[in-house]
Design a protein. Sequence first.
Length: 192
Amino acid sequence: MQNDPASLVYLVILGSAIGLWFFAQNRQSLGKLAQQAAAWGLIFLGAIAVVGLWGDIRQSVAPAQTVVAQSGQIELPRAPDGHYYLTADVNGEPVRFVVDTGATQIVLTKSDARRVGLNVDELVYLGRAYTANGEVRTAPVRLDSFTVGPIQDSDVRAVVNDGAMQGSLLGMDYLQRFSSVEIGGGKLILTR
């Protein structure tokens, strides 16, 4: 969109012509016309406000994790469902984890394991895990890289769950790599 005066003059003339036409068409019922104009004006102002505040609205509805490189902190906002979620690059692919202090290990779903390059059909599911849904089989794996912002870990132990899971879990094995794990004010803060 150009900001030249000719375009502005054209738009003002066009808007005036449309306004005068509506006024001429509805001169018998000016009160109703004023109400409709006010309603459309408020709708327009509301739309402008939503566009202008979209960043703040989006952060409130779907807050995102923050990584502070200088201090080695990862700040995770509490999601509307009450959980904390961390997105990490695993072998170069983004994976969203539920932070689960009740889980011992990093637990990948089969679909996440496939996305990060693991051949789930060749894994040996010898391990057992006891979950709220009962006992499931697990297969031990090594993740070449596990990266959150500037924080990188390599050769990370994890397991692939043979059962049905809604999402991958980030358990205590990974959380213990941090010097501090704090929960307060609707945030989970991990500090290295």
